[in-house]
Ligand binder design. Sequence first.
Ligand code: ZN
Ligand code: ZN
Length: 266
Amino acid sequence: MSHIRQLISLTSRGLAGLVCPPECVWCHRPIGDGFLCASCLERFQKNYYCCQKCATPLPAVVRNEDCFRCRDMKWKFQRTIALGPYRGQLREAVILMKKSGAETLRNALGRLLGKQLRDLVNSRTTAEPRHVPDPILVPVPNHWTHGLSRAANTAGSIAAAVASETGYPVADRAIRRIRKTSKQGMLAWTERAKNVRHAFQISNAKLLIERHVILVDDVLTSGATVGELARVLHRVGISSLDVAVVARGTGSRESSPATARPDHAG
Ligand SMILES: [Zn+2]
Ligand SMILES: [Zn+2]
């Protein structure tokens, strides 16, 4: 009986493959397995030299671990992991990821990010096996009214994909956005910190205490949103904090509302 069941399962998978062969989620070329073809994998996986702290791209000749921006920003996180700078096809992918129908793209890029994050956490565990707290993923929360729109919960979906790849738990209700904020991309950098000040509240501190928290979002640009979340998270006694984003926005600090792109996150 089990053989018959197995045969039916294999046949239906085979038929599904003939009708709709697996394809790359980005360029739609047929592929054997996975989510991205070899050239899209090459395109999207991290392959750029960057600041260890904030993931800003740096010329490969610069051997500093941090960039000029990090020297006067007192970030409350240790590291930022990003697949690449927010430009070219990665930028196009991030814009598309915000659409509700783009779940497979969010999943593919979230898994790539998860692989990179796991490598970082594993390298720390190897270096200091006794002192690495358990990681937990926290997607940057939306205000509850976001759920009424047709826009996707981008950070939540990326965190779910990172979790599938790493096995780290997701604390998606540990923090709430308690007031509606203007879109960070519509504001000048100088206004972004004020926009998100006191916008978040911890709703389940127990989940976070003494954990290594990894904040997950689609883009990091000015750092105002993660900066405010970091402030709130450290007050409840987390152990350490990293940031994982699909892309690192590299807009000018002097961006005015007229020049800032509305698709930029904070
Ligand atoms: Zn492809
Ligand atoms: Zn930096």
